[in-house]
Design a binder for this molecule. Structure first.
Ligand code: FMN
Length: 197
């Protein structure tokens, strides 16, 4: 079993990375057979959708833009589960927005043309993580939740605020309000159980 963490921040060793890593560690602790890996969007060249409306609708996942997106899509396809993390950049980093735009290739192929081939990300369990400088992370988590649903993934929820995933404000070690690392442990356990199903 393979769980992929995606760090949406442009800072590779920042708060998003710490919280994504905490969820992955908890998943692995729950089930040591889980292999984990992290992809930093900061390392990838991914541009916006050019809205040609044609190519990806005809040939599955083929895009006219030549950059790192096809490789990312392949890695997403191989993963049994995902941890998707983002900081608040009002709303999120533009490279993550570019990824959400480019994933529209799935919608163009499957939803608009009503194809019956299996959907690449259908039902993949997905844990969500958001950090901010001090604002509530709920807005970012809701954004990621909508993104996960639109890509037909299955976002996991927790029974404590902020419900849509793990969120942290400011210095994560000092965040006694949201207790991001406690929620990350819960999420990691849920993710490990979901990928084993
Ligand atoms: C462009 C940009 C916009 C940001 N906007 C906000 C904001 O509106 N509210 C807030 O609390 N923090 C904001 N932040 C701060 C980050 O969300 C915060 O520092 C976060 O912990 C960074 O995560 P990272 O360490 O993974 O990069 C912003 C940061 C950047 C770079």
């Amino acid at each position: 079993m393979y769980v992929l963490g995606i760090v949406g921040s442009m800072r590779k060793a920042g708060n998003t990375n710490r919280l994504v890593a905490a969820v992955l560690a908890a998943a692995k602790e729950t089930n040591p057979r889980i292999r984990t890996e992290v992809v930093h969007l900061a390392d990838l060249d991914i541009g916006p959708c050019e809205a040609c409306y044609d190519v990806c609708g005809e040939v599955p996942y083929r895009c006219v833009v030549e950059d790192d997106f096809p490789e990312l899509l392949q890695t997403l396809n191989e993963a049994d589960g995902l941890v998707l993390g983002s900081p608040l950049y009002y709303p999120v980093p533009s490279r993550l927005i570019a990824v959400t735009e480019r994933l529209a290739c799935l919608a163009y192929f499957h939803d608009m043309r009503r194809r019956t081939e299996p959907h690449l990300l259908e039902g993949k369990p997905c844990a969500l993580v958001a950090v901010t400088g001090g604002s509530e992370p709920l807005e970012v988590l809701r954004y990621l939740f909508g993104f996960a649903l639109s890509a037909r993934m299955t976002p996991l929820t927790v029974k404590r605020y902020p419900y849509y995933g793990a969120g942290g404000k400011g210095d994560l070690d000092e965040d006694t309000d949201l207790q991001p690392f406690e929620t990350a442990k819960v999420l990691g356990r849920l993710l490990a159980e979901a990928v084993a199903r």
